[in-house]
Ligand binder design. Structure first.
Ligand SMILES: Nc1nc2c(ncn2[C@@H]2O[C@H](COP(=O)(O)OP(=O)(O)OP(=O)(O)O)[C@@H](O)[C@H]2O)c(=O)[nH]1
Length: 292
C-alpha cells in the first residue's frame, strides 16, 4: 500500500473544497461563491486498491482580518504543511495573483508542491493557456502541473494517479470505507453554515458560529437542535428576518441537505443567540473545533 497525507493549499475561492469533494466523492467540505468559508481543517479520505490518500483541506490563507479566529486559520496552513507527504497548490486558470505568490512563498523550502490549475472549463480557447503554463513551468518549484476542472470532474484521473505514485509505502491508516475523520454531527454544522453563506449578506456569515446542541436518533427521525451565535442584536435581527422568514428559509434549506447526507428524516431546530466577542473566545473556538 501507498499511504499518505496530502495538503491542499491555495488562496480562498480557487476551488480547494470543490476539488476535495470531487476526489473523495462526497460532499465533505462546504463550498460557496464567497471566499474564506472553510474554517477548520477537514480530512477527506480516498482509498483505492493500493493507495490511501488522506486529504487535509486547509483554510484559505487570508490577510484581511485580524483576530484569534483568523490567526488560528493561518497557523493551521503552516502546521498542516509540516506533517504531510505531498502539498498540492491550487490556483485558478489564467490567474496568478500576489496572494498566490504569497502562498507559494509560505510553503517550506524543502517541499516541491504539485500545481493544480483549476477552473480550466472557464478558459475559452486552449491557446490562451500556453503562455500561462509556460510561466508556471518557469517557476521551478513545482514537481508537476495538472490543469483540471474540479467542477466538471475533468482531468482528475491523472492527478490522482500521480499523487498515488508519490506517496510513501505503509499500512492503511483508516478503514477503506471511511471518507472522513469527522463525525456526522460536524457535517451537520457545516451544512447549516453553508446556508448562512448562501442566504446572507457579505459580512454576517463570518460573524456567526454554529453550535450543535442536540443530536438524537429518534424512532422515525434524527432530532437536531443548533444555536447560531452572533456578535450583536442587530445581526440577530437580520439573521431572523421579518417574522422569522430568513431563519426559516435557512433552516429548511439546511434540513434538506442534511436529510440527503444522513439518508434520514430530520427535525432541525435553530435558535439565534447574541454572544459578543465569540470569535475572540478561545474556549468556545476550541469547542467549535479550532486548535490553538
Ligand atoms: N467554473 C468553475 N468553478 C469552480 C471550479 N471549482 C470550483 N469552482 C467554484 O469556485 C467557487 C469556490 O470554490 P470552493 O471550493 O469553495 O473554494 P475554496 O478554495 O475551497 O475556498 P475557501 O473555502 O474559501 O478556501 C465555488 O463557486 C465553486 O463552485 C471549476 O473547476 N470550474
Amino acid at each position: 500500500m501507498r499511504v499518505g497525507r496530502i495538503a491542499l493549499v491555495g488562496r480562498p475561492n480557487v476551488g480547494k473544497s470543490t476539488l476535495l469533494n470531487q476526489l473523495v466523492g462526497q460532499k465533505l467540505s462546504i463550498t460557496s461563491r464567497r471566499a474564506q468559508t472553510t474554517r477548520v481543517q477537514v480530512q477527506g479520505i480516498l482509498t483505492m486498491p493500493e493507495v490511501q490518500m488522506i486529504f487535509v483541506d486547509t483554510p484559505g490563507f487570508q490577510q484581511q482580518y485580524g483576530g484569534m479566529l483568523y490567526r488560528s486559520m493561518n497557523r493551521s496552513v503552516t502546521d498542516a504543511l509540516g506533517t504531510v507527504d505531498q502539498v498540492v497548490m491550487v490556483v485558478e486558470a489564467l490567474r496568478w495573483t500576489p496572494a498566490d505568490q504569497a502562498i507559494l512563498l509560505q510553503i517550506p523550502a524543502g517541499i516541491r508542491p504539485l500545481l493544480v490549475i483549476n477552473k480550466v472549463d472557464r478558459v475559452a480557447s486552449s491557446e490562451r493557456m500556453i503562455p500561462y503554463l509556460q510561466a508556471r513551468q518557469e517557476e521551478t518549484r513545482f514537481s508537476a502541473i495538472f490543469p483540471v476542472s474540479a467542477l466538471q470532474r475533468s482531468c482528475l484521473d491523472p492527478l490522482v494517479r500521480y499523487l498515488g505514485q508519490h506517496l510513501p509505502e505503509g499500512p492503511l491508516q483508516y478503514e477503506p470505507d471511511q471518507v472522513s475523520d469527522r463525525t456526522e454531527r460536524f457535517f451537520v454544522g457545516e451544512f447549516i453554515r453553508e446556508q448562512l453563506f448562501r442566504q446572507l449578506g457579505d459580512e454576517l456569515p463570518y460573524a456567526t458560529a454554529v453550535m450543535i446542541d442536540r443530536y438524537v436518533q429518534e424512532e422515525r427521525l434524527i432530532r437536531i437542535e443548533a444555536t447560531l451565535l452572533v456578535d450583536n442584536p442587530g445581526q440577530k435581527a437580520i439573521l431572523i428576518g421579518q417574522q422569522g422568514s430568513r431563519l426559516k428559509a435557512i433552516g429548511t434549506a439546511a434540513r434538506l441537505q442534511i436529510e440527503k447526507f444522513l439518508e434520514s428524516k430530520v427535525y432541525l431546530g435553530l435558535w439565534v443567540k447574541v454572544k459578543s466577542g465569540w470569535a475572540e473566545d478561545g474556549t468556545l473556538l476550541k469547542q467549535l473545533g479550532h486548535d490553538f
